[in-house]
Design a protein around this ligand. Structure first.
Ligand SMILES: [Zn+2]
Ligand SMILES: [Zn+2]
Length: 260
């Protein structure tokens, strides 16, 4: 299985997964054109995408969903509530491309399993994506983490983990107070610190790849997210060079292509 984060951040999210049998996207939160460009930058053809899975209806996750589905005749999978909330935002869809996904599905050689997260959307989810004995977990857009989320993201070889903001930067930054409160709430986003402690609980020192994701443009920067997470993991007894492979995703460009 291969994974590439085409874009990640508060300005738009799109993740690409490829196996011998199938290529899919999780979210398509930028213009169709930008997503096409990014796919081409890693030598992939947008026409080969066989499904788009949606985490929730916020615009940074769905902006290009309708356009890509219409242009390349791609089925779109989301739960029933999310369809209700996004249908008017993504434009007219071909009936056959509206796929309601409330639990696990198998496509090609992949199993795709949604799990609930805590965010101010109608029914937001993260995804586990499994191929043979390899597992990828995608966890962004959650304001807090409960035991069920923890359980879901265990035993993954690749973990896309939200590090949205630095609490101090958020507090002193220019956002209006209600927005700050929303981001810090249980239905907002994970801070660098919270993500780091979560990682210290779920990682097994098995050299898992951890990609820090969905960084805020205003309230975070890549070096800070990386340093906060690695400092906490070191404090918690991890050897940062050998126990895991900690890397970044990017708001404006594709990450490396990771092969599992
Ligand atoms: Zn969101
Ligand atoms: Zn988001």
């Amino acid at each position: 299985m291969e994974f590439c984060s085409l874009y990640s951040g508060s300005s738009g999210n799109c993740q690409f997964i490829k196996t011998e049998k199938i290529k899919i996207l999780v979210d398509a939160g930028l213009s169709g054109k930008k997503i096409e460009q990014s796919l081409k930058s890693i030598d992939e053809n947008p026409a080969d995408i066989k499904a788009i899975f949606v985490t929730h209806e916020h615009i940074d996750h769905i902006q290009g969903v309708g356009v890509l589905s219409r242009r390349y005749n791609i089925p779109v999978y989301a739960n029933c509530d999310t369809w209700g909330a996004m249908e008017t935002k993504i434009g007219k869809m071909k009936e056959e491309n509206i796929k309601v996904l409330d639990k696990e599905i198998s496509l090609g050689d992949l199993s795709i399993i949604p799990f609930d997260v805590s965010h101010d959307a109608v029914k937001p989810v993260g995804y586990n994506i499994i191929c043979k004995n390899k597992k990828i977990s995608l966890l962004t857009d959650t304001g807090c983490v409960n035991s069920s989320i923890k359980h879901n993201i265990k035993d993954s070889q690749l973990l896309l983990m939200e590090t949205n903001h630095d609490i101090e930067l958020l507090k002193v930054g220019s956002y209006p107070w209600p927005l700050k409160k929303r981001i810090m709430s249980d239905y907002g986003h994970l801070s660098n610190e919270t993500a780091a402690y979560l990682l210290s609980e779920v990682l097994t020192k098995g050299n898992e790849t951890v990609l820090l994701a969905h960084l805020s443009k205003e309230n975070n920067f890549p070096e800070l997210a990386y340093k906060t997470v690695s400092d906490i993991l070191i404090d918690e007894g991890f050897d940062i060079d050998n126990d895991l492979n900690l890397e970044m995703t990017y708001r404006n460009k594709a990450s490396k292509v990771y092969k599992l």
